[in-house]
Design a protein around this ligand. Structure first.
Ligand SMILES: C[C@@](CO)(OP(=O)(O)O)[C@H](O)COP(=O)(O)OP(=O)(O)OC[C@H]1O[C@@H](n2ccc(N)nc2=O)[C@H](O)[C@@H]1O
Ligand SMILES: Nc1ncnc2c1ncn2[C@@H]1O[C@H](COP(=O)(O)OP(=O)(O)O)[C@@H](O)[C@H]1O
Length: 275
């Protein structure tokens, strides 16, 4: 039996860094949503664990035991042959590895019938827990506290990545002020797409300045996204370098994505709906 699971891109609509723990990990307050674009994990029972990485964004992604997909599957007793089809850029702030790991955990649970996640599952990465949720959520702590958020309307978006790898630890290291203000304790009720975008625009991604210091091309991506017709907001996701713009309608996002892709054929550009 072949089990297939979609691994959506994670987008940090907001990312406030509110403190740092003694072990170096940072305290976050983030509104996270998921895109209708992503990777695909498929697996079947086999004699030994194996991984093949395919797809348009496979270049440079490890196909060995360092891949989070491999590590997630290895937590189970059943050996499987896995195919990971990469459509998302790696090391890009959209949780590719974490989302792939979460999808693998779902696929393995489906295959084995296990109802409880194996020990170590959520230690695979700080974003794995939110990626297991697969719906808009508020993420706090270092990523271990996740609560679903109701009432966020589907948000039309363009995602763009200039092709530079931005390692997450380097960006956190370059952050100077680690005590940003959190989001309001109670998130507002958003009156539709326009109201939600207005509110998101009033929040921040505190990792933008250190990521731009690490990879200055990110400021070009933000400027080009902000200049697209109909763009209401441009912001970076996670620790970068992927940035997103939000639009009032999916038609506007589709047209803007086509325009940006034409201007920058060397960038990864896609329209998406975030939920
Ligand atoms: C920044 C965020 C925001 O959603 O996203 P990405 O940019 O990775 O997509 C995440 O917190 C990243 O999650 P993830 O990529 O799973 O992180 P991990 O592999 O656990 O950690 C990579 C490194 O990031 C730093 N790190 C991560 C999370 C956190 N709350 N504080 C940190 O300081 C640590 O240096 C850690 O060694
Ligand atoms: N399934 C995977 N997909 C992409 N990268 C992976 C995967 N598993 C492990 N990695 C490694 O993790 C690093 C971070 O990738 P990723 O999780 O996509 O980034 P981010 O944490 O910025 O969202 C990559 O450089 C890559 O070497």
């Amino acid at each position: 039996m072949l089990t297939k699971v979609f691994a959506p891109a994670k987008v940090n609509l907001t990312l406030h860094v509110t403190g740092q723990r003694r072990d170096g990990y940072h305290l976050l307050d983030s509104l996270v949503a998921f895109a209708d674009v992503g990777d695909r994990v498929s697996l079947r029972a086999a004699d030994a664990l194996s991984l093949e990485v395919t797809g348009p964004m496979a270049a440079g992604v490890p196909a060995d035991e360092t891949n989070l997909v491999w590590r997630a599957a290895a937590l189970f007793d059943v050996p499987v042959a896995i195919t990971l089809s990469k459509h998302l850029p790696a090391a890009a702030g959209i949780g590719g590895g974490s989302s792939d790991a979460a999808a693998t955990l779902f696929a393995m649970a489906d295959l084995t019938g296990d109802k409880v996640l194996p020990e170590g599952a959520t230690d695979l990465g700080a974003d794995v827990r939110v990626c297991l949720m697969r719906q808009a959520a508020r993420m706090q702590g270092i990523g271990e506290q996740v609560a679903p958020i109701a009432g966020l309307p589907p948000l039309p978006a363009v995602l763009a990545n200039p092709g530079v790898d931005v390692p997450t630890p380097a960006v956190f290291k370059a952050l100077t002020d680690k005590s940003g203000k959190p989001m309001a304790r109670k998130l507002p009720k958003w009156p539709g797409v326009k109201g939600a975008i207005d509110w998101i625009a009033s929040q921040r991604n505190d990792l933008e300045p250190p990521a731009i210091a690490t990879a200055p091309v990110i400021s070009d991506v933000l400027a080009d996204l902000a200049a697209l017709p109909g763009a209401r907001l441009a912001r970076m996701s996670g620790s970068g370098a992927t940035c997103f713009a939000l639009f009032d309608t999916r038609d506007a996002a589709d047209a803007a994505a086509a325009r940006l892709a034409e201007a920058h054929p060397e960038w990864w550009v896609t329209p998406a709906t975030l939920t």
